[in-house]
Design a protein around this ligand. Sequence first.
Ligand code: UD1
Length: 429
Amino acid sequence: MDNIVVEGGARLNGVIAISGAKNAALPLMIASLLTDEPLILENVPHLADVELLIRILTNHGVDYHVEGKRHGQNGTEGRTIHFRAGQIVDTIAPYEFVSRMRASFWVIGPLLARMHKARVSLPGGCSIGTRPVDLFIDSLEALGAKMNVDGGYVVAEAPGGLKGATYRFPKVSVGATHVAMMAATLAEGRTELENAAREPEIADLARCLNAMGARISGAGTSTITIDGVAALGGTRHRVLPDRIETGTYAMAVAMAGGDVMLEGAEAGLIESPIAVLRQTGVEIEERNDGIRVARNGAGIRPVDVTTEPYPGFPTDLQAQLMALMTCAEGTSHITETIFENRFMHVQELARLGARINLDGQTAIVEGVPRLKGAPVMATDLRASVSLVIAGLAAEGETTVSRVYHLDRGFERLEAKLGGVGAKIRRVTV
Ligand code: UD1
């Protein structure tokens, strides 16, 4: 098992290339199940979750190959991967896969739409709350599927195919929106999804599906209209830059100080985090080729932030912001509204000397002048990167264990941070 060791105190200067978004790549890859033609995805990040999903898709009958690097491309660019589900050989997604990554549950939508049946294990993934699947079940039921839970599996059947319908999500869910939208592309007639999630990754998936022949409008707003078609074809699509990775490195620069260009980042995808970072005193310059982040000398100002569905402040940056606030000049309040159990980083940050009190869903963070390095343990993907960020500003050495969480969602983290001057290394123990 690997550990990440960070020696705090180094300022960050230089360029970090932002990768393709994990949360866009996963649903796009799953969309390959909707057609027997090739779906070619560019800028796919090299991550454990992507590799696992490739294995899951091959289990259903998807063939894939990775395009070779072209002349002039360097090793840091995302890969181009061809997916082709010529024939679906299995409509079962077993526990051994789905328990390791929640998003793999999403295959239920395309399998049901194309094969009229699916049997998918109830999911696992990050241990951040109960994360039920009721919205998936209800929305697919609205599209005419018969849904049952049997022996730990969700069993979906629609012998005559899915039928378009109007469905209003009682709660905003990214995953359930992705799945209902994918399923409705092959349903008979019109589907209207109300109170849909508005994340950029949903609009990105809709753009790709439309290029495959789907008829979707309104993705990126809270009402999505889908006119079903008989079949979808292939296309070539480029994965969006990762807004969570962008926000994470912006917070790392805010924490450590310095001046870093986040190359390829799109400011339009992270307006809320940019506004929050500016409030903390960080300088952010939005440029055509990325975002420049700088903090030189000035202290970190405290902020009060509540996580919300997009376009609000993302829950996936909550832990990183909390790490930054541990060294703010004053008290900040961070309220989590998306997941009920997403404060597992609090006790680990406390091991570094942070002063944080929990009051229900709100963390009250009293800034301290300096953190002190210590051994800490990563508990989920975003929590683990918050510990790395805290380590950048802590006095002495911070060792983060269980970094397999990091490898699920951050491409070459130590190389990217090391490249701008952080003293960070991976140690195999
Ligand atoms: C996606 C992201 C994840 C991010 C989250 C919220 C991917 C691969 N993952 O996860 O990084 O943290 O959005 O922005 O894109 N819920 C229900 N019933 C359901 C489904 C969800 O109650 O059937 C609840 C969840 O428990 C949670 C809330 O809805 O409290 C939002 O979850 P959701 O948006 O579905 O998150 P994911 O799609 O799993």
